[in-house]
Ligand binder design. Structure first.
Ligand code: AMP
Length: 217
């Protein structure tokens, strides 16, 4: 199973990826999570990335491609991987294609999560995330059982700095300009499958399973 999840911020990629990577027994490779970890650890990579992330801009392609190359060369990625939030530019997709060719492990499917812009804004501005396990909640539509505490692991919930309304609008613009062109790029290669990203989480999960199952055909 070598799959990438593509879609705007707030489309539900991370929520589905965390469950499905476990189900499929492959590593969940989320560049946003990796960068946030590096930023809170204060590594040179993290410090460089944070300046971009805080404004909602993309971290430069060469930094991201190096980070992904290091990650996908690790032994646990030999059985497959689920990419979440990467690639996000045509240059990243080209870098990934070259890397996977070197590794003899081509990408099989790209699953695109389709969600309307008003729904993305609603989800992102109300989102709260667990510091420990990254599980996402929504203050109104999916609140935790006790306020501020993760149902799954008891960790502390927080609002990501880039989930403020102004930064969210900027991120959606960045998506439209820099990431959306990947839809045609992957469609042209016959790799793109779309799933409706609105509705009950379980229904969406079923659609993603179906879309990714094509990867094994
Ligand atoms: P995410 O958690 O996927 O919403 O990513 C949060 C932020 O991390 C983005 O707004 C970017 O600043 C940065 N980031 C994550 N993945 C990438 C990527 N593939 N390319 C460039 N920047 C990224």
């Amino acid at each position: 199973m070598r799959v990438a999840f593509l879609g705007p911020p707030g489309a539900g990629k991370g929520t589905q990826a965390r469950e499905l990577a476990r189900e499929w027994g492959v590593p969940h490779v989320a560049t946003g999570d990796m960068l946030r970890e590096a930023a809170s650890a204060g590594t040179p990579l993290g410090r460089e990335a944070k300046a971009y992330m805080d404004t909602g801009a993309l971290v430069p392609d060469d930094v991201i491609i190096r980070m992904i190359a290091e990650r996908l060369r690790r032994p646990d990625a030999r059985k497959g991987f689920l990419l979440d939030g990467f690639p996000r530019t045509i240059a990243q997709a080209e870098g990934l294609e070259r890397l996977l060719e070197d590794l003899g492990q081509p990408l099989e499917r790209v699953v695109y999560f389709e969600v309307s812009e008003p729904e993305l804004l609603r989800r992102l501005t109300g989102r709260r995330v667990c510091r420990a396990c990254q599980t996402a909640f929504h203050m109104v539509s999916a609140p935790p059982r006790s306020p501020g505490v993760c149902d799954r692991c008891g960790g502390e919930l927080y609002q990501r700095e880039d989930d403020s309304e102004a930064t969210v609008r900027h991120r959606l613009g960045v998506y439209a300009r820099q990431t959306a062109p990947l839809l045609d790029w992957y469609r042209g290669r016959g790799m793109l499958v779309s799933v409706p990203g609105e509705g009950p989480i379980e229904t969406i999960r079923g659609a993603v399973r179906g879309a990714a199952a094509g990867a094994r055909a």
